[in-house]
Ligand binder design. Structure first.
Ligand code: CP3
Length: 348
């Protein structure tokens, strides 16, 4: 089968603030429990088992592209896939999230974080990527968890509201903290490089929980490792996206570590976000996912506000401010994509 020509992709153009002929849109968690076709094929058990089946993972990645006509696909995998694959002892509990049997606490735990050999440790991820790039009409986004967000699961042992254990480690044992961040940066680099070498066309680094940090702590304890990740993949020449939630005060720092585009959640209006990043940096976002649940009219109004605040800027990819919520009516997202594709694109 001929590989589709992606040179005209509005998504890839907008990531680089270049002209494009329709407003590009995709949704974080576009594949997942909001889709009846996902629930029909997903099966029970840990999502990590579903990710390890290339035919299933391929089908699940394609489902939202088929249904919505989104301008990009995101690989069906998870940010803990690499640490799981090297045997750190992490599982994803449905309704909870990543849970670690023996949390990371001491220098001895560094030995549990050996380097990732993607061909040997995550062959199923690469098989899924290769399947997808042969079939997809749109770019495939590779992704990894940023060192801080992955560390938050490894140190806390489960999803946390306060991040007290991970912050305590950061603030009381700098050598161990930086060693941990360095290992996690290497894992992210190896995973991302392998996904792009297998055919993915863009990268998103998820630092979902970085917004829990004071800006000074972000700069000192987190930014160097995230910069290492971006430095380690920039020669691949694919757009680099950097995303987190509650990161209004961190947007400038998150751009500065080497991102071409920064994700913005709904708490920061796009016009305000624009003043916080350099001119070269594009923005992705930022409709509140809860608004979609309120129905089409509120969704259309909020989406129109996003476009108004973007004010015709070329560097904008439409997305939600965080992932699609499980109770979302996919019909509203279908309407949203169709509506966005009828709107005029950016010009400046
Ligand atoms: O469309 C997509 O975005 C699909 C691929 C994807 C998943 N996880 C699948 C998934 C991506 C990009 C992720 C990344 C991820 N995983 C992040 C960063 C993105 C974000 O939401 O900020 C984080 C923090 C995780 C960790 C994680 N994995 C959580 C918190 C959960 C939810 C647990 C639950 O059951 O509510 C998961 C599980 C998970 N990963 C699901 C999906 C579709 C849930 C559904 C399932 O188990 O089938």
């Amino acid at each position: 089968m001929p590989v589709p020509d992606l040179t005209e992709s509005p998504f890839l153009a907008a990531c680089r603030s270049l002209p494009h002929d329709r407003i590009p849109v995709w949704f974080m968690r576009q594949a997942g429990r909001s889709l009846p076709e996902y629930r029909a094929v997903r099966g029970t058990g840990s999502i990590l088992q579903a990710i390890a089946q290339p035919d299933l993972a391929t089908e699940i990645t394609l489902q939202p592209v088929r249904r919505y006509g989104t301008d990009a696909a995101i690989l069906y995998s998870d940010i803990v896939t690499p640490v799981h694959a090297i045997g750190f002892g992490v599982d994803i509990v449905p309704g909870v999230g990543p849970v670690v049997e023996h949390p990371f606490r001491t220098t001895a735990d560094l030995d549990r974080l050996r380097p990732l050999d993607p061909e040997a440790d995550t062959p199923y991820v690469l098989a899924t990527v290769r399947n997808l790039v042969a079939e997809l009409p749109v770019p495939l986004i590779a992704f990894a968890g940023a060192p801080f967000t992955v560390a938050s699961y490894l140190v806390e042992g489960r999803p946390s509201r306060t991040y007290t254990n991970v912050k305590t480690l950061m603030l009381t044992d700098e050598p161990l903290w930086f060693a941990l961040m360095d290992r996690l940066a290497d894992l992210a680099i190896a995973s991302l490089r392998s996904q792009v070498e297998a055919g993915a066309s863009a990268i998103q680094l998820f630092d979902s929980w970085a917004g829990a940090l004071a800006p000074a702590h972000y700069e000192r304890y987190v930014a160097p490792a995230s910069r290492k990740v971006f430095d380690g993949v920039c020669d691949l020449n694919v757009p680099l996206i950097h995303f987190g939630v509650h990161t209004g005060e961190l947007l400038g720092a998150m751009a500065d570590v080497g991102a071409d585009m920064v994700g913005v959640d709904w708490r920061t209006p796009l016009d305000v976000a624009r003043t916080r990043v350099p001119d070269r940096c594009a923005l992705q976002g930022n409709l509140d996912p809860a608004v979609v649940i309120a129905g089409w009219e509120p969704t259309r109004e909020a989406a129109a506000d996003v476009l108004r605040r973007n004010a015709g800027h070329l560097g904008h990819v439409f997305n939600l401010g965080h992932g699609v919520l499980p109770e979302t009516d996919p019909g509203v997202l279908e309407q949203l994509v169709a509506w966005l594709h009828e709107q005029p694109t950016g010009t400046r």
